[in-house]
Ligand binder design. Structure first.
Ligand code: HEC
Length: 156
Protein backbone atom coordinates (compact mmCIF):
# COMPACT_ATOMS: atom_id res chain seq x y z
CA UNK A 1 0.00 0.00 0.00
CA UNK A 2 2.75 2.38 1.02
CA UNK A 3 4.66 1.36 -2.10
CA UNK A 4 1.71 2.05 -4.32
CA UNK A 5 1.36 5.55 -2.90
CA UNK A 6 4.99 6.29 -3.50
CA UNK A 7 4.78 5.06 -7.04
CA UNK A 8 1.68 7.05 -7.96
CA UNK A 9 3.34 10.09 -6.37
CA UNK A 10 6.33 9.55 -8.65
CA UNK A 11 4.06 9.32 -11.69
CA UNK A 12 2.30 12.53 -10.72
CA UNK A 13 5.63 14.27 -10.28
CA UNK A 14 7.07 13.12 -13.59
CA UNK A 15 3.94 14.07 -15.49
CA UNK A 16 4.04 17.55 -14.01
CA UNK A 17 7.64 17.78 -15.14
CA UNK A 18 6.50 16.73 -18.62
CA UNK A 19 3.93 19.49 -18.79
CA UNK A 20 6.41 22.12 -17.66
CA UNK A 21 8.78 21.51 -20.55
CA UNK A 22 6.31 21.97 -23.41
CA UNK A 23 5.13 25.14 -21.67
CA UNK A 24 8.67 26.48 -21.73
CA UNK A 25 8.91 25.54 -25.42
CA UNK A 26 5.65 27.37 -26.14
CA UNK A 27 6.97 30.43 -24.30
CA UNK A 28 10.11 30.44 -26.46
CA UNK A 29 8.00 30.05 -29.60
CA UNK A 30 5.74 32.94 -28.61
CA UNK A 31 8.76 35.17 -28.03
CA UNK A 32 10.22 34.14 -31.42
CA UNK A 33 6.91 34.79 -33.22
CA UNK A 34 6.64 38.19 -31.58
CA UNK A 35 10.10 39.09 -32.85
CA UNK A 36 9.11 38.04 -36.41
CA UNK A 37 5.81 39.90 -36.25
CA UNK A 38 7.36 43.24 -35.42
CA UNK A 39 7.18 45.67 -38.31
CA UNK A 40 10.61 46.33 -39.88
CA UNK A 41 12.34 49.51 -38.80
CA UNK A 42 11.07 52.58 -40.61
CA UNK A 43 13.12 53.89 -43.53
CA UNK A 44 12.61 57.41 -42.20
CA UNK A 45 9.81 58.46 -44.54
CA UNK A 46 6.23 57.14 -44.75
CA UNK A 47 6.40 57.11 -48.59
CA UNK A 48 9.48 54.86 -48.48
CA UNK A 49 7.85 52.56 -45.94
CA UNK A 50 4.73 52.28 -48.10
CA UNK A 51 6.92 51.74 -51.19
CA UNK A 52 8.81 48.95 -49.45
CA UNK A 53 5.54 47.21 -48.65
CA UNK A 54 4.35 47.47 -52.28
CA UNK A 55 7.75 46.35 -53.59
CA UNK A 56 7.71 43.24 -51.38
CA UNK A 57 4.16 42.42 -52.42
CA UNK A 58 4.27 42.96 -56.21
CA UNK A 59 7.80 43.59 -57.53
CA UNK A 60 10.17 41.37 -55.56
CA UNK A 61 9.16 38.10 -57.24
CA UNK A 62 10.78 39.30 -60.48
CA UNK A 63 13.36 41.82 -59.19
CA UNK A 64 14.41 39.96 -56.03
CA UNK A 65 13.87 40.88 -52.37
CA UNK A 66 17.11 42.90 -52.42
CA UNK A 67 16.71 44.21 -55.97
CA UNK A 68 19.31 41.69 -57.12
CA UNK A 69 17.25 40.56 -60.11
CA UNK A 70 15.48 37.25 -60.80
CA UNK A 71 13.46 37.07 -64.04
CA UNK A 72 13.57 40.88 -64.14
CA UNK A 73 16.86 42.81 -64.07
CA UNK A 74 18.70 43.96 -60.95
CA UNK A 75 17.65 47.46 -59.94
CA UNK A 76 21.08 48.72 -58.90
CA UNK A 77 21.39 51.03 -61.92
CA UNK A 78 17.77 52.12 -61.96
CA UNK A 79 18.73 55.80 -61.51
CA UNK A 80 21.10 55.61 -64.51
CA UNK A 81 18.29 54.01 -66.51
CA UNK A 82 15.75 56.61 -65.39
CA UNK A 83 17.52 59.79 -64.22
CA UNK A 84 14.06 61.38 -63.96
CA UNK A 85 11.59 59.61 -61.69
CA UNK A 86 8.81 60.66 -64.03
CA UNK A 87 10.13 58.18 -66.62
CA UNK A 88 10.59 55.50 -63.96
CA UNK A 89 6.93 55.93 -63.00
CA UNK A 90 5.81 55.89 -66.63
CA UNK A 91 7.68 52.62 -67.21
CA UNK A 92 5.99 50.98 -64.22
CA UNK A 93 2.61 52.36 -65.27
CA UNK A 94 2.86 51.21 -68.89
CA UNK A 95 4.90 48.03 -68.58
CA UNK A 96 7.29 46.93 -71.34
CA UNK A 97 4.70 46.09 -74.00
CA UNK A 98 2.80 49.36 -73.88
CA UNK A 99 6.13 51.22 -73.59
CA UNK A 100 7.26 49.52 -76.79
CA UNK A 101 3.99 50.44 -78.52
CA UNK A 102 4.43 54.08 -77.58
CA UNK A 103 8.21 54.63 -77.70
CA UNK A 104 9.79 51.73 -79.60
CA UNK A 105 11.96 48.79 -78.58
CA UNK A 106 14.35 50.64 -76.22
CA UNK A 107 13.93 52.25 -72.83
CA UNK A 108 15.87 54.43 -70.44
CA UNK A 109 18.73 56.91 -70.74
CA UNK A 110 21.08 54.01 -71.50
CA UNK A 111 18.81 52.84 -74.34
CA UNK A 112 18.24 49.35 -73.00
CA UNK A 113 16.63 46.91 -75.34
CA UNK A 114 13.30 45.41 -74.30
CA UNK A 115 13.83 41.65 -74.29
CA UNK A 116 11.35 40.42 -71.68
CA UNK A 117 7.93 41.30 -70.34
CA UNK A 118 7.41 43.65 -67.43
CA UNK A 119 3.68 43.85 -66.68
CA UNK A 120 1.78 47.12 -66.65
CA UNK A 121 0.75 48.28 -63.19
CA UNK A 122 -1.75 50.83 -64.45
CA UNK A 123 -4.77 48.92 -63.17
CA UNK A 124 -3.00 47.33 -60.20
CA UNK A 125 -1.48 50.25 -58.31
CA UNK A 126 -2.63 53.84 -57.80
CA UNK A 127 -0.47 56.73 -59.05
CA UNK A 128 0.53 57.41 -55.44
CA UNK A 129 1.56 53.79 -54.93
CA UNK A 130 3.65 53.88 -58.11
CA UNK A 131 5.36 57.08 -56.92
CA UNK A 132 6.07 55.46 -53.56
CA UNK A 133 7.45 52.21 -54.97
CA UNK A 134 9.63 54.13 -57.45
CA UNK A 135 10.97 56.28 -54.55
CA UNK A 136 11.72 53.13 -52.59
CA UNK A 137 13.65 51.56 -55.50
CA UNK A 138 15.66 54.74 -56.09
CA UNK A 139 16.52 55.00 -52.40
CA UNK A 140 17.07 51.35 -51.55
CA UNK A 141 18.74 50.08 -54.73
CA UNK A 142 19.69 53.23 -56.66
CA UNK A 143 21.57 54.88 -53.80
CA UNK A 144 19.70 58.21 -53.70
CA UNK A 145 19.15 59.87 -50.34
CA UNK A 146 15.69 59.46 -48.84
CA UNK A 147 14.86 63.14 -49.46
CA UNK A 148 16.05 63.07 -53.10
CA UNK A 149 14.21 59.84 -53.84
CA UNK A 150 10.91 60.94 -52.34
CA UNK A 151 10.92 64.52 -53.69
CA UNK A 152 12.12 63.38 -57.13
CA UNK A 153 9.07 61.13 -57.50
CA UNK A 154 6.65 63.66 -56.04
CA UNK A 155 5.85 61.21 -53.24
CA UNK A 156 6.27 63.80 -50.47
C1 HEC B 1 6.63 39.53 -63.98
C2 HEC B 1 7.94 40.09 -63.67
C3 HEC B 1 8.04 41.51 -63.22
C4 HEC B 1 7.38 42.15 -62.20
C5 HEC B 1 6.29 41.59 -61.28
C6 HEC B 1 7.92 43.49 -62.13
N1 HEC B 1 8.88 43.66 -63.10
FE1 HEC B 1 10.00 45.32 -63.40
N2 HEC B 1 10.91 44.45 -64.98
C7 HEC B 1 10.66 43.16 -65.43
C8 HEC B 1 11.45 42.91 -66.63
C9 HEC B 1 11.48 41.60 -67.41
C10 HEC B 1 12.15 44.09 -66.89
C11 HEC B 1 13.11 44.37 -68.08
C12 HEC B 1 12.33 44.43 -69.38
C13 HEC B 1 13.21 44.08 -70.53
O1 HEC B 1 14.43 44.11 -70.45
O2 HEC B 1 12.63 43.75 -71.61
C14 HEC B 1 11.82 45.03 -65.83
C15 HEC B 1 12.39 46.29 -65.69
C16 HEC B 1 12.12 47.16 -64.65
C17 HEC B 1 12.77 48.43 -64.44
C18 HEC B 1 13.92 49.00 -65.27
C19 HEC B 1 15.22 48.66 -64.56
C20 HEC B 1 16.45 48.92 -65.38
O3 HEC B 1 17.37 49.61 -64.88
O4 HEC B 1 16.52 48.43 -66.51
C21 HEC B 1 12.19 48.99 -63.34
C22 HEC B 1 12.52 50.33 -62.72
C23 HEC B 1 11.17 48.09 -62.89
N3 HEC B 1 11.15 46.98 -63.68
C24 HEC B 1 10.35 48.34 -61.80
C25 HEC B 1 9.38 47.45 -61.34
C26 HEC B 1 8.47 47.75 -60.25
C27 HEC B 1 8.42 49.04 -59.48
C28 HEC B 1 7.67 46.65 -60.10
C29 HEC B 1 6.53 46.46 -59.13
C30 HEC B 1 5.53 47.48 -59.08
C31 HEC B 1 8.09 45.67 -61.09
N4 HEC B 1 9.11 46.20 -61.82
C32 HEC B 1 7.51 44.44 -61.22
C33 HEC B 1 9.83 42.24 -64.86
C34 HEC B 1 8.98 42.48 -63.78
Amino acid sequence: MGDLHRRSGAVAESSSRLTRRPLAAVAVLVIALNACGEPPATLGDPALDAGRETYGRVCSTCHGPSGEGVSGPALTDVVETFPECEDHQLWVTLGSMEWENQFGPNYGANDKEITAIMPSFKNVLSEAEIAEVASFERFQFGGLSAAEAVAGCGAD
